[in-house]
Design a protein around this ligand. Structure first.
Ligand SMILES: Cc1ncc(COP(=O)(O)O)c(C=O)c1O
Length: 486
């Protein structure tokens, strides 16, 4: 038995799994075995082994049992939620980071890339005067931004909420539309303000927040003594990709002395599309901006970023206080080895201390395709959504449920004589049948009360022809379901 871990024979290890991964990358999104009787279940769901199977047997299990029935978000027809399989270079970069960039700190090349990648990401998204920190997700990235907002709001009143807690403080409020991602509610809960602190305001037909309603809520709450902590503008909602009126929200945040946060976890990259760039002008007035590299930049899952004007406020909100084993151990500026300098104190600006160099992965993605390549991808995906909208408009049995702003296009199948409940039911069945029988995996949502088929185009492997094929499959399955109903 060879022991790849002990001998360091990485090449031999990769020779076992790479062919399986290559086959995986050529496979459609659907078509794996699933359910309680799936053969892989019994092979994988065993008691913990007392004796290890050894390296090659383990790698073979990965190649033969796990990968063939693994999730195929890399398939060109995968169009669900706002997630996608990584492209190859950042996936390999993650492997590099896992062995050569175990921690994002210290004075090695991998430590430097944490900072370089943050700067590159900011430059790509036209963020000026902002510094960032990587975290594991858009959810955590938004939590960090809300922590900074809470810190600012209560520091202005002479309190340090991160140090002393929220007891005896007036209630803080966060303002966002009903379309806001629920990680904001979670953040308010974690930060001790409570999920109810998020005031969810109505949206217009285009799913953009009703600015007059935000003003009314701010006025009423400040009259009642609540503290306006943050006004959130969504640069690309999760459901439909709508972009709020960021300028109007920035004005309101200014007027009421609140932190202005832009959640661009999905949609900030839309700023690269020359047709949309002006919609993002007010991002320049944001106190914090979030973007997820693991969405449109197509790196492996686990990389979000928060940008703020001054990272000191993140430090005040998230420090654990200096410790002997970190700050106390890096006393000198004179480096005699890469181990002498920790580099920027990322752990003070976010939740985790140990973290791999996520910068290395983001750096590799941007190094590979550049800003021009990223822009081409974004423009192409937005074009896919617009093409789909045109095809839906031209097809009598389909109904567009909103003009796409970014790369999400929500629509449904229609049939005469069916009421709303029946249409919801029909479309629900249609999506399930698509997942089961076609190469296409869009997700679903509700738009203005209607059950919607919701493809989101961020998958770099999706082709122009897939757009028309998706429509063909939807119509075919819809027609069939209607025929069966009689
Ligand atoms: C606008 C927005 N914010 C935040 C999130 C949460 O991001 P994550 O899934 O990386 O935690 C999402 C996820 O889709 C999102 O669309």
């Amino acid at each position: 038995m060879t022991d790849a871990a002990r001998t360091g024979d990485l090449e031999a290890a990769l020779r076992v799994v790479v062919p399986a991964l290559d086959t995986h990358l050529q496979s459609p999104a659907t078509g794996t075995h699933f359910g309680p009787d799936a053969p892989w279940r019994a092979l994988l769901d065993t008691p913990v082994p007392q004796q290890g199977a050894g390296d090659m047997a383990t790698l073979r299990a990965l190649a033969e049992t796990v990968v063939p029935d693994a999730q195929r978000m890399t398939g060109p027809g995968f169009l669900g939620w706002i997630t996608t399989g990584s492209t190859v270079v950042p996936a390999v970069a993650r492997l590099v980071a896992s062995l050569a960039g175990t921690q994002r700190y210290l004075g090695h090349s991998t430590g430097l890339l944490e900072s370089v990648a943050l700067r590159w990401l900011a430059e790509a998204c036209l963020l000026t005067g902002m510094d960032g920190v990587f975290s594991s997700s858009g959810s955590v990235a938004n939590l960090l931004a809300m922590g900074a907002a809470r810190q600012q709001a209560f520091e202005k009143l002479g309190h340090d909420p991160a140090r002393s807690g929220m007891r005896d403080l007036p209630p803080g409020r966060i303002y966002a539309s009903t379309e806001v991602h629920h990680c904001i509610l979670k953040a308010a809960g974690v930060l001790g303000m409570g999920r109810d602190a998020v005031t969810l305001l109505p949206v217009d037909e285009g799913q953009r927040v009703d600015v007059a309603a935000v003003r009314a809520a701010l006025e009423a709450d400040t009259r009642d003594g609540a503290i306006p902590v943050a006004v959130i503008g969504i640069a690309g909602t999760t459901n439909t990709g709508a972009i709020d009126d960021l300028a109007a929200l920035a004005d309101l945040a200014d007027e009421f002395g609140a932190w202005f946060h832009v959640d661009g976890a999905y949609g900030l990259f839309g700023r690269l599309d020359p047709r949309l760039v002006e919609r993002y002008d007010a991002v320049d007035r944001a106190d914090s901006v979030v973007v997820d590299a693991h969405k449109w930049l197509c790196v492996p899952t686990g990389i979000g970023a928060t940008f703020v004007r001054d990272r000191d406020i993140l430090g005040r909100a998230f420090t654990g206080e200096p410790s002997d084993y970190i700050e106390g151990a890096f006393e000198t500026d004179v480096q005699t080895s890469p181990w002498d300098s920790m580099g920027p104190p990322f752990h003070d600006w976010t939740l985790d201390l140990s973290a791999p160099s996520r910068g290395l992965v983001v750096w590799s993605a941007l190094h590979e395709i550049g800003v021009d390549g990223l822009r081409a991808r974004v423009v192409r995906d937005i074009d896919y959504a617009r093409t789909l909208a045109d095809l839906v408009r031209a097809e009598p049995s389909l109904e567009l449920l909103g003009e796409p702003e970014l790369s999400i296009c929500c629509f449904r199948y229609r049939a005469p004589g069916l009421d709303e409940e029946q249409l919801d039911d029909l479309n629900h069945q249609l999506v399930r049948r698509l997942h089961a029988t076609s190469p296409y995996v869009p997700s679903a949502t509700r738009v203005n009360g209607h059950f919607a088929i919701r493809p989101c185009f961020i998958n770099p492997r999706t082709e122009q022809t897939d757009v028309a094929e998706l429509v063909r499959w939807v119509c075919e399955i819809g027609d069939d379901l209607v025929a069966v109903r009689g």
